[in-house]
Design a protein around this ligand. Structure first.
Ligand SMILES: Nc1ncnc2c1ncn2[C@@H]1O[C@H](COP(=O)(O)OP(=O)(O)OP(=O)(O)O)[C@@H](O)[C@H]1O
Length: 260
């Protein structure tokens, strides 16, 4: 499953937010979208999910024009994973995951054997079966994020769109969740996620899409795209890119830390 965006532009009323955005995320690829607050990352994701009516450009989901797909057809291809949040009701973990299967429930609104199996399998896949009967409000932020990913897997869509999936998580859970996401990409899912951490992009992304002023300023492999000049351009922060482990890893070190 691939996502291809061609010359996409989007405006909220007369205010243009995205301009001529083009890229492809291929099967098995984890694409990290980088860019400052308000640059249009969530807007881009909502366009991919068919939630915003863009008028310029096109989005192809596995080669099919996203505009020609209805909500259920889109949901069978793309799943959305939001930031970990607390819903108003204390649904059980299993019920939350089962909600992901609604795109497969047709005439009668009752989950069938196939939906129950999908929910069970996705819990097993993420190692959270022991949480099944727990209330969603009574589990930790890291566990909630795993539940939201399990819900997306239960949806049985092969494209996963994630808006800052680790934003509310502690350091250990950030790494564990991103490792899980990377494994999913290796299993053949196509992952498009936003992050505010260039270091996360260095560690986990196959490709990086850098947005500035609603436009794509760089697109390519993390080592090629993430430079001190890009970080200065996106975030107005002076960094030095450090090469580690004989060039196998890289990280950004803000110069202000060294200078003070
Ligand atoms: N429903 C809306 N109506 C009008 N303007 C909006 C709407 N949603 C977002 N915007 C504006 O569009 C721009 C892009 O917002 P968006 O949420 O896509 O950015 P983002 O890159 O996801 O930001 P962040 O990193 O802070 O989450 C911002 O200037 C925002 O104020």
């Amino acid at each position: 499953m691939s996502v291809t965006v061609n010359d996409l532009s989007f405006s909220y009323k007369e205010r243009r937010v995205l301009a001529d955005v083009s890229f492809t995320a291929r099967t098995g690829e984890l694409l990290a979208v980088l860019g400052p607050n308000g640059v249009g990352k969530s807007t881009l994701f909502q366009c991919i999910l068919g939630l915003l009516p863009y008028t310029e450009g096109e989005i192809l989901l596995d080669g099919l024009d996203a505009k020609k797909l209805d909500i259920k057809e889109t949901a069978r291809r793309v799943a959305y994973i939001p930031q970990s949040h607390a819903p108003a009701f204390n649904f059980s973990v299993f019920d939350i995951i089962l909600m992901g299967t609604s795109a497969q429930i047709s005439d009668v609104n009752v989950p069938k054997k196939r939906q129950l199996e999908l929910a069970e399998q996705s819990m097993e896949r993420l190692g959270i079966t022991h949480l099944k009967e727990r209330g969603y409000l009574q589990i930790s932020g890291g566990e909630r994020q795993l539940v939201l990913i399990a819900r997306a897997l239960a949806q049985d869509a092969r494209i996963l769109v994630m808006d800052e999936p680790t934003s509310n998580l502690d350091y250990g859970n950030q790494l564990r969740i991103l490792s899980q996401i990377k494994l999913l990409a290796r299993e053949g899912y196509t992952v498009v996620l936003s992050t505010h951490s260039p270091d996360q992009a260095f560690m986990f992304a196959d490709r990086v899409l850098a947005l500035q002023g609603g436009r794509v300023v760089r697109h390519g492999r993390p080592f090629e795209v993430i430079t001190d000049a890009l970080i200065k351009d996106l975030y107005n922060v002076e960094v030095e890119i450090q090469s580690l482990y004989g060039g196998k890893a890289r990280m950004c070190l803000p110069k202000s830390v060294i200078d003070t």
